[in-house]
Design a protein around this ligand. Structure first.
Ligand SMILES: [Zn+2]
Length: 283
């Protein structure tokens, strides 16, 4: 596995994005007047150290003081050990997951790591917290479940930029797995996207930055996919074989999302009810 890091490129006033491999994850950097905030940490402690050096070089005289974690996936979390002396912050769901065993030895071994290489955040929060960087501040918000049960959005109002982790992606459709919450995902995005003013730069977990309107389009697609899942559920159908050419996403991510939505509907015990159609057109 090859670990690389692109240079930090500016995306807003003293706000930067770098891309770490594997997984092409976006790493964010916000430089204030008294401190700098890094968003996500890369795939391993060694990569985290590489990111730290690059971020500090960009921040110049301003010390790197804080790290925000958007969620617990390898490309966002596994570099955290390189920042253990800083104020590192996540939703408490991330710490709970780590305490319950976290990724496990086999998953860590893929990145040349053991449990000892996986650091804990120094503090956690439930709904929201803020970070003072001097001439600006960052708001860390958990509006609800979506990609995971502990997604954090980082909003920097004075710099008009917001980091969404994997709640949004621009290089591919949003990734949905057995830990995702398809029904709640659109509402979670509404909570943050709805509060952003026009002109905000939206940084997804993977891919180029987006504008607010493009982000709303992806939110609409996620909602649409959940509606498809509800229809399939009511019809007693499965995800496989449901995909059609005119669906917004390719077959694989479409089926992954619908399968997880169906699993959540099943687990909720929701009764299957066929919709009665309106007779709007009668011959
Ligand atoms: Zn993720």
């Amino acid at each position: 596995m090859e670990f690389t890091l692109s240079g930090f490129e500016p995306i807003a006033d003293r706000v930067y994005r770098a891309v770490a491999q594997p997984a092409s994850v976006n790493i964010g950097l916000v430089v204030g007047s008294t401190g700098a905030l890094l968003i996500d940490t890369g795939n391993s402690p060694a990569q985290g150290a590489m990111i730290r050096d690059a971020a500090q070089a960009v921040a110049g005289d301003v010390p790197l003081t804080h790290v925000a974690l958007t969620h617990a996936h390898h490309d966002h979390l596994y570099g955290l050990a390189a920042f253990e002396d800083l104020d590192t912050i996540s939703h408490r769901g991330l710490a709970t997951w780590l305490a319950a065993g976290g990724p496990g030895p086999a998953e860590l071994a893929r990145f040349g790591m053991t449990d000892a290489d996986l650091a804990q955040p120094t503090r956690t929060f439930g709904l929201a917290t803020s970070i003072d960087l001097g001439d600006c501040h960052a708001e860390l918000i958990h509006f609800g479940r979506g990609h995971t049960d502990h997604d954090v959005t980082v909003v920097v109002p004075l710099r008009r930029v917001a980091f969404f982790g994997d709640l949004l992606e621009s290089s591919a459709p949003p990734a949905c797995d057995e830990a995702s919450w398809p029904a709640e995902w659109p509402k979670t995005l509404d909570g943050t996207l709805g509060a952003l003013r026009r002109g905000f730069v939206v940084v997804p977990g993977h891919g180029a930055v987006m504008d607010r309107e493009t982000a709303f389009m992806q939110r609409a697609e996620i909602h649409w996919y959940h509606d498809q899942a509800v229809e399939l559920y009511d019809a007693g159908r499965e995800a496989s074989g449901a995909w059609q050419q005119d669906w917004p996403w390719p077959q694989e991510p479409s089926e992954a999302f619908v399968a997880q939505a169906l699993a959540r509907l099943e687990a909720s015990g929701r009764p299957r009810t066929r919709k009665r159609s309106l007779t709007l057109h009668v011959r």
